[in-house]
Design a protein around this ligand. Structure first.
Ligand SMILES: Cc1cc2nc3c(=O)[nH]c(=O)nc-3n(C[C@H](O)[C@H](O)[C@H](O)COP(=O)(O)O)c2cc1C
Length: 342
């Protein structure tokens, strides 16, 4: 009897091995595919995943980094951080326990992270909610209307950001005017540079590579009436906007202790956590990165933080009308173009 029992346990283990391995590959593929929904600067999707055994590695895809707008790849790295958090949420929602290592190879700065599957875990319910919000999330450049974001919602978004090791500062009214001036200065500085204009036109005009870039459907038909100027894409799109002023907008800044690639990755994870929490709370998010792209205005943002931290990204928050589906979603690259499998 004992022998039989032993045999049966051994054969179960032997059977469990290949099934688990297949399940892990499936879960990791699913995680990298889900990560493809992440927002990125100009929808460049500057990531590449490599799936081996029980491991998913995340790399910067240098061919999709904006060399003029983002020479240090800070916004590309931040975008990859969002993708990494999306992948983690997918795995947690599927009931997998993982270890995530940032910058696992000091010799390769493009190797941003490694997710290793450690085993099964109970399904993580908050991650399940986030997973549901991932395909619904999108960038809405229309003026914000209705009531300003409530304190409870702001607290939930702040807590989600801080849980990922980044801080969130809510701008005071006078700081919103300072931000407006910084955003305006940054965009003028960039627009004066032909190489910058060419890069913007490449990713947001008719030439954008298939599956990437910002379509006209997501770009307003005319300049919106906003205190803080939105991104000037150099042309008008097809997104209908009201003539209302976005007086109800609340502006927040993601910031942190240091200004290194690991911090930008964490900021991306915080952006993901904050944005998904915002959706769950009926709040829309519009990133404003122009003031971060230009050194002088990035320093001006730093002064707004009393120089206690480094600014990573500014976000406009507003309440959403649940009946309004918003602008169409920007395209994405197919999974087989972002995931390498052996
Ligand atoms: C790091 C980062 C910076 C961004 N900066 C801006 C910006 O300055 N202005 C803007 O209109 N959208 C900005 N976006 C939004 C992207 O354009 C948007 O995520 C992308 O086009 C994909 O569209 P989706 O968010 O609707 O999926 C930014 C997104 C990220 C992640």
């Amino acid at each position: 009897m004992t022998d039989t029992g032993k045999k049966s346990t051994m054969s179960n283990d032997a059977l469990a091995q290949p099934i688990d391995a297949l399940a892990e590959v499936h879960a990791l593929t699913e995680a990298a595919t889900t990560a493809g929904y992440a927002p990125s600067i100009h929808n460049t999707q500057p990531w590449r995943w490599r799936l081996t055994d029980r491991t998913l590695d995340l790399f910067t895809n240098r061919s999709r980094v904006l060399t003029v707008t983002d020479p240090d790849a800070r916004l590309a790295t931040l975008s990859c951080g969002v993708a990494l958090h999306h992948a983690r949420m997918s795995l947690a929602a599927q009931g997998w326990r993982v270890t995530t290592t940032l910058m696992p190879e000091s010799a390769d700065p493009d190797h941003l992270a490694r997710i290793h599957v450690d085993g099964r875990a109970p399904v993580d319910l908050p991650a399940t909610l986030h997973l549901r919000a991932i395909p619904l999330r999108h960038t809405d450049r229309r003026p914000v209307q209705g009531e300003p974001v409530g304190q409870q919602e702001l607290r939930a978004i702040t807590a989600a950001v801080e849980a990922e090791g980044t801080w969130l500062h809510t701008l005071r009214p006078e700081q919103v005017f300072e931000l407006a001036s910084a955003a305006d200065h940054a965009q003028r500085t960039e627009a004066d540079e032909p190489a910058w204009r060419d890069e913007l036109a490449y990713w947001t005009g008719g030439t954008r590579p298939v599956g990437t870039g910002i379509p006209d459907a997501a770009i307003p038909t005319r300049a919106t009436r906003t205190t803080v100027p939105g991104r000037d894409f150099g042309h008008h799109g097809d997104l209908r906007v009201s003539a209302d002023h976005d007086k109800a907008a609340v502006f927040v800044m993601l910031y942190g202790r240091a200004d290194e690639p690991t911090d930008w990755l964490r900021a991306g994870a915080a952006l993901s956590a904050g944005w998904l929490t915002a959706i769950e709370s009926g709040v829309s998010v519009l990133p404003h990165s122009a003031p971060v792209e230009v050194l002088a205005t990035r320093q001006a943002l730093r002064v707004m933080l009393a120089s206690v931290g480094h600014p990573y990204l500014v976000l406009r928050l507003g309440t959403t009308d649940p009946a309004d589906a918003g602008p169409p979603h920007a395209p994405r690259l197919p999974a087989d173009q972002i995931i390498e499998q052996p």
